[in-house]
Each structure stands twice: as C-alpha cells, then as structure tokens.
Design a protein around this ligand. Structure first.
Ligand code: VG1
Ligand code: CO
Length: 576
C-alpha cells in the first residue's frame, strides 16, 4: 500500500462524552467526520508507531465501513498491527479482555451502546488504553485539542490512483487469520474469533460445571434477551453450547444492524417483552431467571420470576456473596465502588464485611485506577452496569454469570426445593436493609431549558449552604432537613486527579438522596436524569413498591427543581 496525505479541516463538537463520542449516524458518515476523530486520536498518541491495537464494534449500521476507514488510518499512521473481532464484531468487555490478555497498546470500540442504531439513529466511537479501560480525561482532552487543529489525514491506499476517502473494502475482516501488507511500514491485520479471549477468561472465574448442573435441574429455567444486539452470538455459545441451557433460552439472539429497530437498553421499559415473559401472571411457563444485555454487551438486567433486581441491589448482593459463591473472588475482596447516583446498598455490605467503599462520578472510566491499584475488585452503576477487575469495562455476561453462580451454589442440592432470585434479594434486605431507588429520565429536553433548571438548582444549593445551622439545612415548606447540598466532585485517591461538577446531590438526615445530572451520552438535545433514593431498615416496609416508598421524595425533587416549569414535561420518558 501507499500512504496518501488527504487534506481536511477541523470539525467542531467532537468532544468525548461519558463514554466516547456519540452522534447521529448521518454526522458520522459525513465527509471525514470519523476519519478526523481517529486521525486526531492517533495524533494525540506520541508513541503509537509500531504498536498493536484492537478494533471491534457492536455490529450496528456503519460498523463495517468504519472499520475499513480506521484500518486505512492505522496503516497510514504507522500502527504495526490491528487485531479485529471476526466481521468487525466485538462486545465492549470482550475488547477490554483482548487488550489485557495480549498486552496491547490500546483499542478502539465502535458503539453508541444502548442508543438505537441505523442511518437515522446513532453511531459512536471510543478509545480504550492499555489497561483495557476507557481513556481517562487527560487523554480525551488531548484528542479534542487535536480535532480542533487537524489539517491532514494519513491514509493507506492500495495504489496512488485509488481513491482514499471512500469506504471500499481494502481489508478482509471476515476470515479468521493474519494478513500482511507491505508499504512504507509493514502492516498486519489479524482477525480473531470474537469470543475466544473473553470466554477463556470467564471460564477461569466461575465453576462452569456447577452452572451446568443448575441448568440440568428440571425445576430451573432461564431466559436471556440479547435485544438483537452484540451479545446474541456470545450468549448462544455461552449459555447453550458451553453451559448446556436449552435452545429456547436465548431470545432475540441475532445481531442486527438496526437492533431490530429497538432500543437495546436492558431495563423495564425497553426490555418489556422479556419482563412480560418472566411474569408468572402473564406467562404460565415464566423462567426462574431472566436476563438481558445492551447494544455493546456491557450492561445487564437481572430478573427473577416476576421479580426485578435493581442494579443497586444486584451489586450489593454480588459483593456480599462473592467470597462464598464465586471462585474468582474467593478470599480476595478488599473493596467495592459505585458511581455517585447509585444507591448505597453496597455501602452497607462493605461496612459489615470491613471492605473499602468508593463513590465515583458517573462513567466506568473512574473505576479504572481503583481496579488497577487493587483497592476495589467489584464495581457498579445504577444504570445497569456491573463489573469487576477481570476487565476494565462493565460486563453484562459477567454479571449474569455471577447470578447463575450464586444460584448454582445456593441450589447445589438437586433434591431440595429451588432457592429463587427473589428469596436471595429478600434475604439480603432482611440483613442489610433495603435502599429504595428510582431514576427518572427526561429525554430530548431543550438544551437551554435543561441548563436553566440546573442553574436554578445550583442556586437553591447555594442558598441552603449559606443558611445552614450546625451543618443542617432546611428547605422552605419541607419538613425534612438536609445534611449535604453539593455539586459532586471527586478526587481520585490513586493519582489525585479531580473531576468537578459531576451532579447536584441533596442528601437528607435520614440518608435519603435526590440527585440531578445531565446525561453525557445523548446525541442531540439534553437528557435530565433525576435519581431518588431512600433507605429502609424496617422489614415490614421493605416490601413496598419502590414508587410508593419514594413518593414523598419524588414529589419533593420535582417541586424543588421546578422541572415541569422549566421543561414543560409532565412525565419522564423512562422510569427505572
Ligand atoms: C450513562 C449512564 C452511566 C454509564 C454511561 C455509559 O451515562 O448514566 O452510568 O456509565 O451511560 O454506559 P449518562 O452520562 O448518559 O448518564 V453505556 O452502556 O451507554 O457505554
Ligand atoms: Co453499553
């Protein structure tokens, strides 16, 4: 190949959000949009030449073309080798596993996660560093700087006459094996089985034999919803071929370019079909456990028979039983971490077990240093993200395996009646108390209106802090007193880096909290997230419906923020 210099101009707005650059597909396919960002990424990495990187995506519309463009840029910028998942497919935690296992320099993931896919929907790209985790802010800031001063793309081309900017395939990414290309610098592409490194890792962490026995029980059934996204092929292989679950244990298992037109987001709203199938009132043969994952395979939802496990509780249950039930964690749990808006259920477990517990800003990148330093082994977010130190991304299949492993251990005696998901969670509440939690999302709000509401809330917080008496604050017209009203900031205990303005948090005397944040993963307009949490130690009151238990604080949050006044919204788009 030859390397051609293609002239380009800076494009505004290519700033990395909570998890990569996510925009409308139309923008990504517009001239040089993707190439500019990737060239800027390469420009920001001083020692990239001669290195090996991983590349893969969630299979959404434009995935394959994007891979061709990135390969041309990689060859043009002196990258020695790119390792790609077959057909360009790789789930996010799988790519993290590949980087770590093979000691790679970094990796590129093409995904907009749970955002819908297709020409009219979203596309995204993100860069992960050598520990397998999302690039920290110090790196993403450099990329942004480069996007604003870029003037040239270095692109490999088959010949001098070949057009460099079209998407015509130059590299075969469907056939497993190594291809070598000679040019100014040698360049190699290795296509690997997307499941190989990842499954080898998962196999070392769990007792697959005991999970096979669980699947072999006649009184246990399981249903996984891949939501027509990246985990389809992974799940079929893992649950059916390796663990022996019956053929019908995976639904929507084909990975489609448009995810079947759906929102591949595993929650009660978007995975409603699975929720219905798991409800014995609506389905006579409801499975004992249901699970789902998102577009790129890093999120998870866990269901019992007619029972929803909140991600907050799931994290807390896994941490509390990890040492006892999960081989990978035996005797090595020293700490856990959760993002700030995530309910404090795991804090109660950490307290009881004498573990360190960390509260980080939203986004998986903030867990990286804690995991690297061995300060935390398991982490989670309220947004259906659970993970551990085996990779540096949240990991949907891992979380589901944790639950299967817990069930396998609790049900080791095949002649005893089945211990259910619901009973495990209720036992947990009886021991640790229950943290009621709900998140209200207001999607597609006018950017200006959202900013004004946040400004108003910041003023409310200033007023509260000014008028605090003995560290306590009182909201006019509300009986409850506050202990904290702050815009969350985080100092990383490992490298001292500071992340400011990560969400407006109000904490009350009874340890309830209301939190407001603007989403950093949307591709247009603003999404307001309102989080409500309340702790309940009384077993009698633990069985209430979350919306009922939280009502008083939900009303309070809506009034304090004047959300309706600012945005005109009567109701949230999604409640989780
Ligand atoms: C959301 C979630 C956050 C998560 C992020 C990426 O971010 O709230 O917890 O880490 O998505 O997840 P935001 O800024 O929109 O609130 V994923 O599966 O979309 O990579
Ligand atoms: Co995701």
């Amino acid at each position: 190949f030859v390397v051609k210099s293609v002239e380009t101009k800076p494009i505004e707005g290519q700033k990395t959000g909570t998890s990569g650059l996510r925009k409308k597909t139309k923008l990504f396919t517009s001239e040089n949009y993707l190439a500019n960002w990737v060239q800027s990424l390469f420009n920001s990495l001083d020692d990239l030449e001669g290195k090996t990187i991983a590349l893969g995506g969630d299979g959404r519309y434009f995935n394959k073309e994007a891979i061709q463009i990135i390969l041309r840029l990689a060859a043009g910028n002196g990258v020695a080798k790119v390792i790609i998942g077959q057909s360009g497919i790789m789930c996010t935690p799988g790519l993290s596993a590949v980087i770590r296992k093979r000691g790679l320099y970094g990796g590129i993931i093409l995904t907009a996660s749970h955002n819908p896919a297709g020409p009219e929907e979203d596309f995204g790209i993100k860069y992960n560093v050598s520990n397998g985790g999302p690039a920290p802010e110090s790196v993403t800031e450099k990329i942004l700087e480069q996007t604003l001063q870029i003037s040239e793309l270095k692109m490999a081309s088959a010949s001098e006459t070949d057009s460099t900017t079209d998407c015509v395939s130059m590299f075969d990414i469907d056939k497993i094996g190594v291809s070598k290309f000679s040019g100014p610098k040698e360049f190699e592409v290795e296509v690997i089985d997307s499941t190989q490194d990842y499954f080898e890792l998962l196999k070392t962490m769990f007792d697959f034999e005991s999970i096979q026995k669980l699947f072999a029980r006649e009184d246990f059934t399981f249903l996984f919803d891949a939501m027509n996204a990246v985990t389809g092929p992974y799940a079929r292989k893992l649950f059916i071929e390796i663990l022996g679950a019956p053929e019908n244990s995976v639904m929507r298992g084909t990975c489609l370019e448009d995810f079947g037109g759906g929102h591949p987001d595993p929650n009660l709203t978007y995975a409603a079909e699975l929720v219905k199938k798991c409800d014995p009132a609506q389905n006579d043969s409801a499975p004992d456990m249901g699970a789902a994952s998102d577009g790129d395979g890093d999120r998870n939802m866990i269901l019992g028979k007619g029972f929803f496990v909140t991600p907050n509780d799931s994290l807390a249950v896994i941490v509390s039983l990890a040492s006892e039930c999960i081989p990978y964690f035996k005797g090595r749990i020293t700490g856990a971490a959760r993002s700030m808006p995530t309910a404090g259920a795991v804090d109660k477990v950490a307290e009881k077990l004498g573990l360190e517990c960390f509260e980080t800003p939203t986004g998986w990148k903030y867990f990286g240093n804690l995991l690297d330093a061995g300060r935390a082994q398991i982490c989670g977010e309220e947004s259906f993200g659970t993970g551990a130190d085996h990779v540096r991304e949240k990991d949907g299949l891992f979380a589901i395996l944790c639950w299967l492993q817990i069930l396998a251990v609790k049900n080791a005696d095949a002649s005893a009646p089945l211990v259910s998901v619901e009973s495990i969670v209720k036992d947990h509440w009886a021991t640790y108390g229950r943290n009621f939690f709900s998140r209200y999302d207001y999607e597609g709000v006018e950017t200006d209106a959202a900013a004004k509401m946040m400004g108003h809330l910041a003023e409310v917080q200033d007023g509260l802090n000014k008028n605090a008496v003995d560290g306590l604050m009182k909201l006019d017209n509300f009986g409850v007193k506050l202990t904290t009203a702050t815009n969350f900031s985080y100092t990383d205990p490992i490298d001292g880096s500071v992340a400011q303005k990560q969400g407006l948090m109000f904490a009350f005397e009874d340890s309830s909290r209301i939190i407001f944040r603007l989403s950093g993963t949307g591709s247009s307009g603003a999404t307001i997230r309102m989080y409500i949490e309340k702790y309940e130690s009384d077993p009698e009151k633990q069985l209430l419906d979350a919306q009922v238990a939280l009502k008083e604080y939900i009303d309070l949050a809506l009034q304090v923020s004047n959300l309706k006044g600012f945005t005109g919204r009567e109701k949230p788009t999604v409640i989780t």
